[in-house]
Every structure is written in C-alpha cells, then in structure tokens.
Ligand binder design. Structure first.
Ligand SMILES: NC(=O)c1ccc[n+]([C@@H]2O[C@H](COP(=O)([O-])OP(=O)(O)OC[C@H]3O[C@@H](n4cnc5c(N)ncnc54)[C@H](OP(=O)(O)O)[C@@H]3O)[C@@H](O)[C@H]2O)c1
Length: 343
C-alpha cells in the first residue's frame, strides 16, 4: 500500500518528537498514531533508558481499544524483544494497530525482527520513509550501537618532525589560527573533550568550544583522566559544564560511564601519554593530526609507546582526508586493516 501524504507529514512530526528524548544508550525515537481517517490520535517519544518506547508512550495516552485500526508512524522499526519495557511490536498488535510505517530498520540482532512479527500478525508494514533523516538523527547512536561504546576521535597537533611540545613542555602554539579554529568547530560537534592530568597541569586548558571569544552554543563536557587533582582555580572549573574527573587509567571504564551519561562522541585532546593509551588500547576510531611546518626536535614525541615492537605490528591507518588550513595540514585517518600477524 502506498505511503500517503498524511503519513509523510506524520513522519516529519515523529522525527521532531524524537529529539525531545535524551541522548542515551537507547535511541531517540518518535511516534505518531493516526486514525483510519488520518487524524492524529496521539504522539509519543522515548524518554530515556528504562521508560516506554515511543510507540508505547503514544499508545499509553489512549483509552483501551482507541487504537484499533490505527496507523503507527515511527522513526525506528518497532522492537521485537522483551527488555525492561516489553516488545513494541507485541504492544502494537495487542492494541489492534492495522498499519505501521517506519523510517529505519533496527540494526540490533536482538531488537530487530519487529517488522516480521507485525507482518506475521497481519499488520501492513512499510519501511524506509525518510530513512536518511532518521539515520542522520541517530548517526551517533548508530555508531555507539556498532562499537558498544562512544565513538572516539584522537586529535593532536605536531611539528613536521613529530613533536607535540618543546623540551620544557610548552606547546602553544605549534599550529596557526586556522587550524586552531578548526579544532574549536570539531569540539563543538563532540559530546565530551578529554585530556590527561599532564595536559591539565601543563596547559591549564579551558576545554570550551569557542568562535573567537564567543562560546559555541553546544559545549562538550570537559573530562580529565588521571590521579592528580584538578587544582582550585583551574580554567576548566569555569567551564559551563562541571568537569568530570576520573582518577583511573581504565579507559574502557571511563567510556562506559560516559555512555551512561549520554556521551556518544568523545574528542581526545591529549596529551601524548593519554592519546597513546587510547590508541594502544584500540580505542581510537578516528585520528586527527594537525601538522605544522615547524621543527622542534627533542624528547616530546606526539605519540609514545603503542606496543609496536616490530614493524609487523605497526598500526596501519587509512587516510580519509587531507585539508590545508592556513600554513598547516589536517590529516584525518582511521584504523585500517592490520597487516597479517599484527595484533
Ligand atoms: N600538541 C598537542 O596536541 C598537545 C596536546 C595536549 C598536550 N600537549 C602537551 O603535552 C604535554 C603533556 O603531556 P602528558 O603526556 O604528560 O599529558 P597527558 O597525556 O595529558 O596526561 C598524562 C597522564 O594521564 C593519566 N592517564 C590517564 N589514563 C592513562 C592511561 N591509560 N595511561 C597512561 N596515563 C593515563 C596519567 O595520570 P596519573 O599518573 O595521574 O594516573 C598520566 O600521567 C604538555 O607539554 C602539553 O603542552 C600537546
């Protein structure tokens, strides 16, 4: 059965409703229930982990039997598993919903199959309506879903000879204003900015995303990892968000806790010790290297030990982009296939 204009409008509305839900381990999903005549009966969205899914949230607003013969327009395939909230496909069938139109197939092994379950119960099902919009809305959650943790970008600035600081620890500035402005734009697209205690103590960074002197509308949460305390009066204590401090070296545990807090995209800004630890643990999904035409020499390498004892074990990356930023280059790379025998 062709998708109607009313269903298209309802999907646009459902995509808006989805955004009312918080970013969490669960996807942001919206739903609109339409009567057989095309009137809106109820709207719903997912309010966060442990709460009813969007379809059930919408159904819960109706009297028993009021959804009989209705069409449910949902941004994600209704789930088919019993988690904390019970399968949505079953709830729709029990409510007597006659038709379901959804945007995006559920990528989960456990949750998917809702469409098949609905069809088996005689419900008319259409998928793919505004799927690109739904995919864009859920892009960070889809990454989290695939990785089982937040997506991590590891960024550093280095001299042409691979140094991240001078011998005395000063590193401001290796790159020029265009490169630094680019970093701020990318910070604003992240949910958290992470530094080690070494960088906190050496540089006293503000960890805000700025456009000149103005703050970007979205500020990632500042995160400090390492046992040293955050000094009173450190610039990061004046950040719009209270800094999170993890006195641990267990990066997996940090990422897990950040995900619980709704962090999907992590921007690691160093320094060399912490950046190396993320890469050594295979926790870097993207590497951004700002390369400046300058020579520093000396001991302060941009990246330290990665556990590569022999060239067979080198970490091959593939380059996604090379951009010129003023005098500097930005190289964007991601882990590629490991050489045979690599680990
Ligand atoms: N060029 C650049 O892009 C750039 C960026 C940032 C900083 N820098 C420069 O880098 C220098 C600071 O470098 P850094 O390497 O000392 O600082 P860092 O990487 O920021 O901090 C190192 C600290 O991180 C903590 N840490 C947390 N998890 C860890 C883990 N899994 N493994 C190891 N350590 C972990 C440790 O603290 P605990 O011992 O307390 O556990 C460690 O001492 C400064 O000179 C700064 O200017 C340059």
């Amino acid at each position: 059965m062709a998708i109607s204009e009313t269903e298209r409008r309802a999907m646009s509305r459902a995509l808006e409703l989805a955004l009312r839900g918080p970013r969490s381990r669960n996807p942001q999903v919206g739903a609109v229930l339409l009567s057989p005549e095309g009137e809106t009966l109820a709207e719903g969205w997912h309010h966060g982990a442990g709460t009813p899914h969007a379809e059930v949230d919408a159904l819960s607003q109706l009297a028993p039997g009021a959804a009989r013969g209705a069409t449910a327009v949902v941004t994600l395939e209704p789930c088919n598993h019993t988690g904390r909230t019970g399968p949505c496909a079953e709830a729709l069938i029990e409510a007597g919903v006659a038709r379901v139109v959804y945007a995006l197939d559920d990528p989960g092994d456990v949750e998917s199959g809702g469409a098949d379950r609905l069809r088996a119960a005689g419900v008319s099902v259409e998928s793919g309506l505004q799927a690109d919009d739904a995919r864009a809305l859920l892009s960070s959650w889809l990454d989290v879903r695939a990785l089982g943790r937040p997506r991590v970008t590891v960024k550093w600035a280095q001299s042409l000879d691979g140094r991240a600081a001078a011998a005395d620890g000063t590193s401001r500035w290796i790159t020029g204003p265009e490169a630094r402005a680019d970093v701020h734009v990318r910070r604003a697209a992240a949910d958290a900015i992470v530094v080690g205690t070494g960088t906190l103590l050496a540089d006293d960074p503000a960890l805000t995303a700025r456009d000149g002197d103005a703050l970007h509308a979205h500020q990632p949460v500042p995160v400090v990892i390492g046992s040293a305390a955050i000094p009173n009066g450190a610039a990061v204590t004046r950040h719009p968000h209270e800094p999170l401090h993890y006195a641990t070296r267990d990066l997996g545990a940090v990422l897990d806790d950040l995900l619980d807090r709704g962090v999907h995209r992590v921007f690691v800004e160093g320094g060399p010790t912490l950046a190396s630890a993320f890469l050594a643990a295979d926790l870097g999904d993207e590497v951004l290297v700002y390369l400046a035409p300058t020579l520093i020499g000396g001991p302060r390498l941009a990246i330290g030990d990665l556990g590569v004892d022999s060239i067979d074990a080198q970490r091959r990356l593939s380059i996604d982009a090379v951009e010129r930023l003023g005098e500097d280059l930005l190289i964007i790379a991601r882990p590629g296939a490991r050489p045979e025998g690599g680990h």
